[in-house]
Design a binder for this molecule. Structure first.
Ligand code: EPU
Length: 429
């Protein structure tokens, strides 16, 4: 296990290039098994979740060739298994996308139930309801979800809750179902549109991604394709929050500003200046920051993944702010750690009250999950003195070279061994 040592009171300054989207990459990689031809994915982020996904694919029998730092060529013609390895799958929740993609290609899939959970309950009832509607039989035995379908048939599925995971899994299965599927009340995130573009490049017929109704006409065969992963809007948003919270000036480059509108608007409301150019956004946090209310919602609302960094920003803003977490029940794991740094935060159910403007002080803290880890690092950059952030493997799962990029913006952050921290097992994001 490793930890970060961060020196505080650093105003970030400069430009940072944003990597490819984690949440797109972890859907596109499992989708690649739907063809037996060669697929090329470009702009993949170099993060642990992508490496784990690559291991799962290799273990299934996919032949993989690296093309430069961020591109891969995958040839799934020789897949020999329909059951991804439990040891690998338990490391990341998104491995459940193999339910949809293996079912589409082979009519069978055996995938372990996604493991422990840091964000409160994360049921998969909507995924299973949709697979059943498409004609799959589902048996849950010994911790495995076993799906079989003689034939997948198009159906109309209305999601009871807007779920990114269920939308993706059902798009994958429906792409190979006979006839038309209508998915209603689906997620509208840019990652859904990215997957739709990739599936269509492989020969699928998916229409309406990015709206709340997706129409899919199933096809029998998928072909090889070349696809570039969209920029990571959550990574970009994290740096934008960090720029404002540290009272610095940072340009995030290689972004799609449209994907960042809710974040841009909120940062402006808090008092930072934001300049938007076609492929870059500059945040200037040198003016006084004022309190604000922040409510998380599915896209195009303010993303739940940026609620922890958003809380740190509100800690730096003068006055009382209110956060309402509407997407996950238990996404306040960072609060106790922030309190150790002197933050004044009170949580009541889904609401957090933040008394901002109190200076934070450096402290030893532990990253409870991916986005909380990023938030604690931002808090450490704003704090007086040095902080130690343990359990950095959470951060490595989703941020490509986070400390390198922060160092490039003038931060003092380095990684060192951490013998003292005994990580709880089975936590995934
Ligand atoms: N839900 C159900 N039933 C289901 C599925 C979801 O009740 O069958 C509920 C969840 O409990 C939650 C809400 O619906 O309250 C939304 O969950 P969703 O399925 O959209 O989340 P997810 O697909 O599990 C993805 C991201 C998360 C991100 C959430 C919300 C990936 C791999 N993960 O999770 O990303 O927080 O959407 O935007 O795309 C992260 O990157 O740090 C991360 C956790």
């Amino acid at each position: 296990m490793e930890k970060f040592i961060v020196k505080g009171k650093t105003a970030l300054s400069g430009s940072v290039k944003i990597s490819g989207s984690k949440n797109s990459a972890v859907a596109l990689l499992p989708a690649s098994v739907m063809t037996s031809e060669t697929v090329c994915l470009e702009n993949l982020p170099d993060i642990t979740d992508v490496r784990t996904m690559i291991e799962i694919l290799e273990n299934l029998g996919v032949s993989i060739r690296r093309r430069g730092r961020d591109s891969l060529e995958l040839t799934p013609g020789s897949i020999s298994k329909i059951a991804p390895s439990y040891e690998l799958v338990k490391k990341m929740r998104a491995s459940y996308y193999f339910m949809g993609s293996l079912l589409a290609r082979f009519g069978r899939a055996e995938v372990p139930i996604p493991g422990g959970c840091d964000l409160g309950p994360r049921p998969i009832d909507q995924h299973l309801k949709g697979f059943t509607a498409l004609g799959a039989d589902i048996n849950i035995e010994h911790g495995m979800i076993k799906l079989t379908a003689q034939k997948l048939t198009g159906a109309r599925v209305y999601l009871d809750v807007v779920s990114i995971g269920a939308t993706i899994n059902l798009m994958l299965a429906a792409a190979a179902a006979e006839g038309r599927t209508i998915l209603e009340n689906v997620a509208k995130e840019p990652e859904i549109v990215d997957l739709s573009n990739f599936l269509n490049a492989m020969g699928a017929s998916v229409r309406g991604a990015g709206t709340d109704v997706i129409r899919i006409d199933g096809v029998k065969k998928f072909k090889g394709a070349v696809h570039t992963v969209i920029p990571d809007r959550i990574e970009a948003g994290t740096f934008m929050m960090a720029a404002a919270a540290t009272r610095g000036r940072v340009t995030v480059e290689d972004v799609i500003p449209k994907h960042l509108e809710a974040i841009t608007a909120k940062i402006r409301e808090i008092g930072a200046k934001v300049e938007v150019d076609p492929e870059k956004i500059t945040v200037d946090g040198t003016a006084p920051l004022v309190s604000s209310d922040l409510k998380t919602f599915p896209y195009p609302g303010f993303p739940t993944d940026l609620q922890p960094p958003g809380m740190v920003l509100l800690t730096a803003a003068e006055g009382l702010s209110v956060i309402t977490e509407n997407v996950f029940d238990g996404r306040y794991n960072h609060v106790n750690e922030l309190k150790r740094m002197g933050a004044r935060i009170k949580v009541e159910g889904r609401t957090a009250l933040i008394e901002g403007g109190m200076p934070l002080t450096g402290a030893p803290v532990a990253a409870p999950d991916l986005r909380s880890g990023a938030a604690l690092i931002i808090a450490a950059l704003t704090a007086d003195g040095e902080s130690q952030i343990s359990a950095v493997d959470h951060v490595d799962r989703g941020y490509d070279n986070f400390e390198g990029k922060l160092t490039g913006l003038g931060a003092s952050i380095y990684r060192t061994a951490d013998e003292s921290y005994d990580r709880q097992s089975g936590k995934v994001d």
